[in-house]
Ligand binder design. Structure first.
Ligand code: HAM
Length: 416
């Protein structure tokens, strides 16, 4: 028997009701913030990601599903949503139609990572991007939107880690200082971090390797390098969040794993997740549009892992009762009433009722057992006698009440 590919999962019917529940929350909260959905293809030219996310990142170096198509073109299954979305905004000249774009997306993403709880090779992300404003209120809007989604699921004890990478100039100064520092502790660093000193020194701060954590304990703090405008930007973001009841945890070592960030970066964390504790994250990215060949545009956004969000909701038992029972189970005597059953079921479905019929031509007893098992609210019983008289027996399964009803009056009947 075939098995699903390692790191991928079937979402079975018993789980899909929870996915639909979450997807409704995502759509609803996005609407309340005025965000519109944008759907991009699942694969793009490889360059969209290598240029967008950055050549020296783990995602581009180790995790992408890249292949040559039959025309010899290098394509990649999207590892994240932002680069493809920016490609689409540029290609469709969306910024010419509106000076601010508020966009959201939901779908499958692919990373060749070592699978474990909360980490898959095909996973789902919801993301939102606010494009066209350099102002800190748009950073705050995105963080508040993300918080609202998490809160709408009933989760309240998550952390919002916040940092600023500053603008290009202040980051450049910090980078130089950090490289000097890292060279001074070179002997103590892991091999991975050693190779990053010149290419991507900020990522060394993000390393989970014990040796790196110890060696960089006294590394210079990026927040000390912010110039006045970068500091003002960061302060306003913090103030808006606090005014709205979101208390950020300032985390100067938070640098994130993608190259396109500047100014605000943030991450949502939950203790319920174990090692993979990040529910979502994001930040401001003011240079990505140019990286992808467009005119400069300012933007900020985030994405969250939906499998991880579901894990927390399940862990905290926050799901409402979502099992929807049939309104009506139609019990029938035999093949002779088949036509009536199918006509009646269609009449009832048009009344917006959930109607189940027996497709295995089982005995009436077996059908009634099934109706009970499915917790049907009513059974509509139609035997040969009933069919001749043009009636059905209607049984309310919770009260046991039974009444005879004309088939012709079914359409008007109010099922409670
Ligand atoms: P990211 O931090 O790479 O950011 O991913 C966001 C979230 O996706 C993570 O916090 C995690 O919940 C989920 N995630 C990532 N990889 C996996 C995986 N292998 N299995 C399960 N869940 C995963 C981005 O993707 C950026 N595009 C966010 C962004 C949007 N920045 C600006 N705009």
């Amino acid at each position: 028997m075939f098995q699903a590919i390692r790191g991928t999962k079937d979402i079975l019917p018993a789980e899909s009701i929870y996915w639909q529940y979450i997807e409704n929350i995502l759509t609803d909260v996005s609407n309340r913030y005025g965000y519109q959905e944008l759907r991009t293809p699942i694969f793009e030219k490889t360059e969209v990601f290598s240029r967008g996310i950055g050549d020296s990142t783990d995602i581009v170096n180790k995790e992408m599903y890249t292949f040559l198509d039959r025309g010899g073109e290098s394509l990649t299954l999207r590892p994240e949503g932002t680069a493809g979305l920016v490609r689409s905004v540029l290609q469709n000249s969306l910024l010419q139609q509106s000076s601010i774009l508020r966009l959201w997306y939901f779908g499958q993403y692919f990373r060749y990572e070592r699978p474990q709880k909360g980490r898959l090779r095909q996973f789902h992300q919801y993301g939102a991007e606010c494009i066209g404003s350099a102002n800190p209120e748009s950073d705050a809007e995105i963080i508040l939107l993300a918080s609202s989604i998490i809160k709408a699921t009933g989760i309240n004890d998550f952390k919002v880690l916040l940092n600023s990478l500053g603008n290009l100039e202040s980051r450049k100064k910090y980078r130089e200082e950090l490289i000097k520092f890292l060279n001074s502790v070179k002997e103590k660093l892991s091999e991975d971090s050693l190779s990053r000193i010149d290419k991507n020194p900020l990522r060394v701060l993000d390393s989970k390797d014990k040796r790196d954590i110890e060696a960089t304990a006294d590394a210079p703090n990026i927040l000390d390098f912010l110039d006045n405008s970068s500091r003002d930007h960061f302060d306003i973001v913090k103030k808006i969040l606090i005014a709205n009841g979101v208390q950020p945890v300032i985390q100067p070592r938070l640098v994130r794993g993608l190259d396109y960030y500047s100014h605000t970066v943030f991450e949502f964390q939950s203790d319920a997740l174990g090692a993979q504790d990040s529910i979502g994250g994001g930040g401001r990215y003011d240079s990505l549009f140019e990286q992808l060949g467009g005119k400069p545009a300012q933007a900020v956004g985030f994405a969250m892992g939906i499998e991880r969000l579901l894990l927390i909701i399940e862990h905290k038992a926050l799901f409402p009762d979502l099992n929807s029972c049939p309104d009506i189970y139609i019990v029938t005597a035999n093949e002779t009433t088949l036509m009536s059953v199918n006509v009646i079921s269609e009449i009832l479905r048009k009344k917006n009722l959930k109607v189940i019929t027996d497709l295995n031509r089982r005995s009436m007893k077996a059908q009634l057992r099934e109706a009970n098992k499915l917790n049907a609210k009513y059974t509509v019983i139609i035997g040969e006698e009933e069919e001749k008289k043009g009636v059905v027996q209607l049984k309310n399964m919770s009260t046991g009440e039974q009444s005879e009803l004309n088939i012709a009056s079914l359409n008007e009947y109010t099922f409670r």
